[in-house]
Design a protein around this ligand. Structure first.
Ligand code: F0G
Length: 419
C-alpha cells in the first residue's frame, strides 16, 4: 500500500467524507446553516463516502469500545474533534417474562435510557455538537419536548458553547426540564406546543442567531444511526426480523433506516428488518398516513398524549419515516395512552427496565401488532426504548399505587406488610 492510500484509509476510519444533499431534488448544499433546500424547500440528508469500509468487516471496528464513536467511519465528523460524554454502548436485553406475556419468543429491548442524559438523543448530539464546534458556531439551540433540550444542554456545556432551548410551556416532564436548567441552558418556555416552539427556533436559526440542533439538522440523524450499528454488533450481525420505535418528530426511524442502507451498501448485511413506527392515538400523523398508503402526512393541530416526548403534530421528518417504513416492508400503528402506560408497567414489573411513556410506545406497539396478527410469534423483534423512566416521574407517580402511610412502629409495619 502506498503512503497516500494508507493515509486515506486512516482518515477514512476517523470519519467519512461526505456531502450534504437535498433529499428531494438531489442538489448539493454548501451553506452550513441551511436546513432545507434553497431551490425546492426539501429536507436535507448526508451522503457518506463509504469506500474505506468496503472490504472491511465489523470485526475491524471492535477494538474501540462499543458506543457512538466506534462507528466513526460512518460519521461525518472527525473523531479528533469529538465532544463526547461516552454516549451509546447501551444494553440490549433479551426479555423473558415480557416476551412470554406479549407472545413473541425472541423479544429484545434496546435500552436507550442508559445514555448519559437518559435518552437516545445523546447519540445525535455528540455528532451535532462536535460539528457545531468544527464550523465555529457560538450559540446552539433547539426546540424540544424535553429530551433533545436536556441532551443539547449537556453537550453544549461540555463544549463550552452557549445554549438556548425552546420548550412548550407546561408540557415538558420534570426530569427533562430540570436537566436543561441544570446544565446551564437558557430555557425559554414558549406559549404554544412543540410545533410552535420549533417554528420559532427555526426562525432564530434563519437569522443566524443560533445554530439549530433539532433533527432537521442532517448531522443529528447521523449520530443516531449508531443505535442500529450497536444492535447489529450485539446480535453478531444476525439481522432481526423487525425493529420497533416510537415516532415523534420522526428522525430516529429514518436514522435507523439510513444506517441499514449503509450496511447494505458495504455488504455487511443482505436484508433489512421491517421498520415499525409507533405513535400515540392523540398524535398520529405518520400512522394515519401509513393506514391510507400515503407517502406524505397531514399535520395535526392539537396533538395530545401522556407520552409528551412524541406529542408532535407536524413531524419534520414524517416523509422520511414513511419512506423507511415502506422500503422495509414495515408497519405503523397508533396506541392509546392506556396501552402505553400498561406497557411501561410491564417493562418495569416483568423485566426491571424503567422507561418513559414515549419509549413504552414501542412495546405497546409490539403487543398490539402481535394481537392483530401483523407480528408472527416466531419473529425476532427489537423494541428500541428511547428514554429513561426517571425523566417523567409525575406520570409514574400518578399511575402507581400510592405510598402507604405508616406509623414509626414495628407492629404497624408488620400489619401493613402482613408479615
Ligand atoms: N422517544 C423519546 C424519549 C423522545 O424524546 C423522542 C423525541 C422520541 C421517542 C421520538 O423520536 O422525534 O426522532 O421520532 N423527542 C424530541 C425531543 C422531539 O424534543 O426531545 P423522533
Amino acid at each position: 500500500m502506498d503512503n497516500s492510500m494508507g493515509k486515506r484509509m486512516q482518515e477514512g476510519l476517523n470519519m467519512a467524507a461526505h456531502k450534504i444533499l437535498c433529499w428531494d431534488c438531489g442538489r448539493e448544499i454548501t451553506d452550513m446553516y441551511a436546513y432545507t433546500c434553497p431551490d425546492c424547500g426539501g429536507l436535507l440528508t448526508i451522503k457518506m463516502d463509504l469506500e474505506p469500509l468496503k472490504g472491511m468487516s465489523p470485526e475491524d471496528l471492535r477494538s474501540e469500545p462499543i458506543g457512538v464513536w466506534r462507528y466513526a467511519p460512518f460519521m461525518p465528523v472527525d473523531k479528533k474533534n469529538a465532544v463526547t460524554i461516552k454516549e451509546g454502548g447501551t444494553p440490549l436485553y433479551k426479555t423473558s417474562a415480557l416476551g412470554k406475556e406479549i407472545g413473541i419468543k425472541d423479544l429484545y429491548v434496546k435500552y436507550e435510557g442508559a445514555n448519559p442524559t437518559g435518552s437516545f438523543k445523546d447519540r445525535g448530539m455528540t455528532i451535532g455538537v462536535s460539528h457545531a464546534v468544527e464550523i465555529g458556531a457560538k450559540i446552539v439551540g433547539c426546540a424540544s419536548t424535553g429530551n433533545t433540550s436536556a441532551s443539547l444542554a449537556a453537550y453544549a456545556a461540555k463544549a463550552g458553547l452557549k445554549c438556548a432551548v425552546f420548550l412548550p410551556s407546561g408540557k415538558v416532564a420534570a426530569g427533562k426540564l430540570a436537566q436543561a436548567m441544570f446544565f446551564g441552558a437558557k430555557v425559554l418556555s414558549i406559549d404554544g406546543n412543540f410545533d410552535d416552539a420549533l417554528d420559532l427556533a427555526r426562525k432564530m436559526s434563519e437569522m443566524r442567531a443560533i445554530y439549530l440542533l433539532n433533527s432537521i439538522n442532517p448531522y443529528r440523524p447521523e449520530g443516531q444511526k449508531s443505535v442500529l450499528f450497536e444492535i447489529m454488533d450485539q446480535l453478531n450481525y444476525d439481522v432481526p426480523d423487525r425493529i420497533i420505535l416510537p415516532v415523534g418528530n420522526a428522525a430516529n426511524i429514518w436514522a435507523v433506516y439510513k444506517a441499514l442502507t449503509e450496511l447494505m451498501e458495504i455488504g455487511w448485511i443482505d436484508r433489512m428488518p421491517m421498520l415499525t413506527g409507533i405513535q400515540a392515538v392523540g398524535s398520529m400523523p405518520v400512522a394515519k398516513a401509513f393506514s391510507e398508503g400515503a407517502e406524505d402526512f397531514v399535520p395535526e393541530q392539537n396533538p395530545e398524549t401522556v407520552a409528551t416526548a412524541i406529542r408532535i403534530g407536524n413531524p419534520i421528518s414524517g416523509r422520511k419515516a414513511l419512506r423507511a417504513i415502506y422500503d422495509t416492508n414495515g408497519y405503523s400503528v397508533s396506541v392509546t395512552d392506556e396501552e402505553i402506560i400498561a406497557a411501561q408497567k410491564l417493562l418495569g414489573r416483568k423485566e426491571g427496565i424503567g422507561v418513559e411513556p414515549a419509549s413504552a410506545a414501542s412495546v405497546a406497539g409490539a403487543r398490539k401488532l402481535r394481537e392483530m396478527g401483523i407480528i408472527d410469534p416466531s419473529e425476532r423483534v427489537v423494541c428500541i426504548c428511547t428514554g429513561n423512566a426517571l425523566k417523567d416521574p409525575d406520570t409514574i407517580i400518578s399511575n402507581c399505587e400510592k405510598p402507604i402511610s405508616c406509623a414509626n412502629d414495628l407492629e404497624a409495619v408488620r400489619k401493613v406488610l402482613g408479615a
